[in-house]
Design a protein around this ligand. Structure first.
Ligand code: FAD
Ligand code: FES
Length: 256
């Protein structure tokens, strides 16, 4: 079904960690379609900021037809969203992008860092198989780890060593000798590069979500292209539009 722009109501918003917020939106039938790894574009109520901000779907509550997003305040758009109170109205478009391909068999290894962690929650909820989850943070400002613990064994890495393994998610994976039959990942590009190299070293299928900067969010402007191995049917060059063809790709398909 094609994505539509709708006005929705904020159900609830709370701060999870320094600069990180969790917001539930009452989205109606959009909740029936939303899949893990897809995102919504949230519009500013300030007309000087025309472009919507892409934010991953963190959780879906089909019964209450709501979607949860978890985001870090980095600029004016996300700062504005963090001030929205219950009952506020906001325009969104979605669900956008392709989402992860769910495997029902074997063991899944979910690897995420920083603001790449939110899409792992709906993914962990939706995957019927056994899951190991590795999440990386800068410091003790840990978020969503307690939610993720409901769906699998969670390993934490922090850059400053304040919680869990000191270092990166890959340091935790090697320390505990973690593995799986399929890897799902989302996070900053250096982390995704390391995850891609690990997956190829261990010969594990790997799906990564690229959270690059976007403009239109619907495949029309080419602001979000990444280099791909194969020629894109739409542009006829070695490019993929992250918003439309992704944000989830097979790691071997794209150059990071
Ligand atoms: C598919 C997708 C899913 C995303 N999911 C989430 C999510 O679940 N939670 C979350 O917190 N963020 C997520 N992001 C990133 C989020 O879209 C940006 O942080 C947001 O658009 C910034 O808007 P702003 O107006 O606050 O900041 P701006 O004023 O637009 O930018 C402020 C600073 O942030 C940098 N920035 C902007 N966009 C990005 C980006 N995509 N990646 C890295 N740096 C960026 C800018 O270069 C600038 O330095 C996602 C991005 C994509 C493409
Ligand atoms: S953001 Fe416009 S094509 Fe992807």
């Amino acid at each position: 079904m094609s994505a539509k722009k709708i006005t929705v109501t904020v159900n609830y918003q709370k701060k999870l960690a320094d600069g990180v917020y969790s917001m539930w939106l009452a989205v109606g039938s959009m909740a029936d379609e939303a899949k893990p790894g897809q995102f919504i574009s949230i519009y500013s109520n300030d007309s000087s900021r025309l472009l919507p901000r892409p934010i991953s779907i963190c959780e879906v509550d089909k019964e209450f037809r709501s979607i949860r997003v978890v985001y870090r305040v980095v600029g004016e758009g996300t700062k504005e969203f963090s001030k929205l109170k219950a009952g506020a109205r906001v325009d969104i478009m979605g669900p956008l992008g392709n989402g992860y391909t769910l495997k029902s068999e074997g063991r899944a290894l979910l690897i995420a860092g920083g603001i790449g962690i939110p899409p792992m929650l709906e993914l962990a909820k939706s995957l019927p198989c056994e899951k190991t989850i590795v999440v990386g943070y800068r410091d003790a400002e840990v978020f969503l780890a307690d939610d993720l613990e409901n769906y699998g064994q969670v390993y934490i890495a922090t850059e400053d060593g304040s919680v869990g393994t000191k270092g990166t998610v890959l340091d935790a994976i090697r320390k505990f000798d973690l593995g799986g039959d399929v890897i799902y990942s989302c996070g900053p590009t250096p982390m995704l590069k390391a995850v891609k190299a690990f997956a190829s070293e261990k010969n594990i299928e790997c799906q990564i979500s690229l959270e690059e900067k976007m403009a239109c969010g619907i495949g029309a402007c080419l602001a979000c292209v990444c280099k791909s191995k194969d020629v894109d049917h739409h542009t006829h060059v070695h490019n993929k539009r992250i918003c439309k063809d992704g944000p989830v790709f097979n790691a071997q398909e794209v150059e990071l």
